[in-house]
Design a protein around this ligand. Structure first.
Ligand SMILES: *[C@@H]1O[C@H](CO)[C@@H](O)[C@H](O)[C@H]1NC(C)=O
Length: 232
């Protein structure tokens, strides 16, 4: 008879149980210009919430400022929460996240290394920090922030940048060609073009993912570090 202890040992030695195990997940894309949900105090155990910006894209010090998605709101997603290429196979950026079996306190400001497993970006890695979540997200779902990716449920891009009423391009999915980025605000252009360059215009590719220590290059932009973590 095999004891529970032996099964646990077997699981450990065969790698079935591992703290940095890869899980599978799905992705979508968005850029709604709204203040991220991790931008509020008390969401998670962190040094400070994710940075938000005023309408002119200057960092706000008042973390309680009302979301620019709401009428009279003054807090918007900062343009530097755009993705960027580190090299041909690695990029850094930000995402709205929902993980199965957890709540925001477990993922706000945490970083995840996504490895794409479908589409033209298969094998490329994208390290994202969780800045937001979404009521319409599935489980193990990363909604990747990229300017021109579609506003989705909420839209602050019209009030912040004068984007069309439903944002640039389609409400879900956004623009469809690289040249559409030409008319974007200067601060959002590079992030917009990233989608057609590094990201190869991939359409919601599947991923495997694992939690990683945040790169300092990411937390320097967002300002948010989880307690107990030292960015690398
Ligand atoms: C990309 O950068 C990462 C991190 O510096 C490095 O580990 C990796 O080898 C680089 N890949 C290429 C193809 O240069």
């Amino acid at each position: 008879m095999v004891s529970l202890k032996q099964i646990a040992l077997l699981a450990l030695t065969t790698g079935l149980v591992s703290v940095d195990a890869q899980s599978s997940g799905e992705t979508t894309r968005y850029w709604d210009c709204c203040k991220g949900s991790c931008g509020w105090s008390g969401k998670a155990s962190v040094n400070q919430p994710i940075r938000s910006c005023d309408k002119q894209d200057n960092p706000l010090t008042d973390m309680a400022a009302k979301n620019g998605c709401e009428s009279g709101g003054q807090a918007y997603m900062c343009s530097d929460q755009s993705p960027w290429a580190v090299n041909n196979t690695l990029a850094y950026g930000f995402a709205a996240v929902k993980l199965s079996g957890g709540t925001e306190d477990s993922w706000c400001c945490a970083c995840y290394e996504l490895t794409f497993t479908s589409g033209p970006v298969t094998g490329q890695k994208f390290v994202v920090q969780a800045t937001n979540t979404g009521g319409d997200l599935g489980q193990n779902h990363f909604d990747l922030a990229m300017p021109g990716g579609g506003v989705g449920l909420f839209n602050a891009c019209t009030s912040e940048w004068g984007a069309p009423p439903n944002g640039w391009g389609k409400q879900y999915g956004g623009i469809s060609s690289r040249s559409d980025c030409d008319n974007f605000p200067a601060k959002l252009k590079a992030g917009c073009q990233w989608r057609f360059d590094w990201f190869k215009n991939a359409d919601n590719p599947a991923v495997t993912f694992k939690k990683v220590t945040c790169p300092k290059a990411i937390t320097d932009k967002s300002g948010c570090i989880r307690n107990g973590e030292t960015p690398v």
